[in-house]
Design a protein around this ligand. Structure first.
Ligand SMILES: Nc1nc2c(ncn2[C@@H]2O[C@H](COP(=O)(O)OP(=O)(O)O)[C@@H](O)[C@H]2O)c(=O)[nH]1
Ligand SMILES: [Mg+2]
Length: 253
């Protein structure tokens, strides 16, 4: 089999509810109607629910879909392990909740023809589904982050990001959670996007940002999310990356 054009890489940690809602059918229905070749790689992050079992059943009749089973290590770890076995020229990272639906890839792919190495989704400033304090929180985060890093990027945190696979393979090993992995128990706060984009930009890759549809469609209950913890980790990450950069740590990598 020749290598596919696109790899859709979906990390999966305790996603039973989203899976039962039929997200993989949506992904399959869209991709099977496209003119390009693709694979869908579900990178299980050591789910403690029956996600793996459900995925196996649901992909049995979907050509090009495969499941990779990994030990639990958090989202960056699941992406990195999947990335290493990805076959596509272009890789799309997308979340299982499909808050940005798969069809939005059509807005990112044209950038690769124009010579961009990276094309990321942007959720726009008004996230209707969020309560006021979360909207305020994300504005403050953006202001602080833009003052310190990646001033030209408006949304670093959207889970919908595409890039040339070789470029992703080149920068992932430099990410802090990959360089110095910590023991992860249960749900892990996942703030690695800022560091990823910073490394991509630093390596001289052109990054396009395009508005994509986004609506919170996450119905999973097994993740144990905390908005406060997540915000703290996001801010801490921006500061860590800024400090690492000032100290010249990335020059040595
Ligand atoms: N949050 C989190 N997500 C993980 C982890 N491991 C894998 N994932 C997957 O990474 C994606 C994160 O998306 P989601 O939970 O919707 O994050 P959010 O919408 O950015 O808060 C999902 O597909 C998860 O199943 C983990 O340890 N924590
Ligand atoms: Mg989500």
């Amino acid at each position: 089999m020749p290598a596919p054009y696109l790899t859709v890489l979906i990390p999966c940690y305790n996603e039973r509810e989203n899976l039962l809602r039929g997200v993989l059918d949506e992904v399959h229905a869209y991709l099977s109607g496209q003119p390009y070749s693709y694979e869908v790689l579900i990178s299980d992050d050591g789910s403690s629910d029956d996600s793996r079992e459900i995925v196996r059943q649901q992909i049995a009749d979907k050509p090009g879909f495969r499941l990779q089973e990994n030990p639990h290590g958090g989202k960056p770890s699941a992406l990195w392990l999947g990335l290493q076995s990805a076959q596509g020229q272009i890789i799309l990272f997308t979340d299982m909740d499909q808050s940005t639906p798969i069809r939005e890839i059509a807005k990112l792919l044209p950038y690769f023809e124009q010579g961009y190495e990276v094309a990321i989704g942007s959720r726009g400033l008004e996230r209707q589904d969020f309560p006021w304090y979360r909207r305020l929180g994300s504005r403050v985060f953006r202001l602080v982050r833009q003052a310190l890093l990646l001033p030209r990027i408006s949304d670093t945190q959207c889970g919908f990001k595409a890039m040339r696979t070789e470029v992703a393979r080149e920068v992932f090993p430099m990410l802090e959670p990959i360089r110095s992995p910590v023991q992860v128990k249960g749900w892990r706060v996942t703030a690695f996007d800022v560091e990823l984009l910073y490394l991509l930009e630093r390596a001289g890759h052109r990054i396009a940002e395009e508005a994509v549809a986004w609506a919170n469609r996450d119905v999973a209950t097994g993740k144990g999310k905390s908005y406060l913890r997540e915000s703290q980790e996001m801010l801490a990450q921006v500061l860590r990356v800024r400090l690492n950069a000032w100290r010249g740590l990335y020059n040595k990598l």
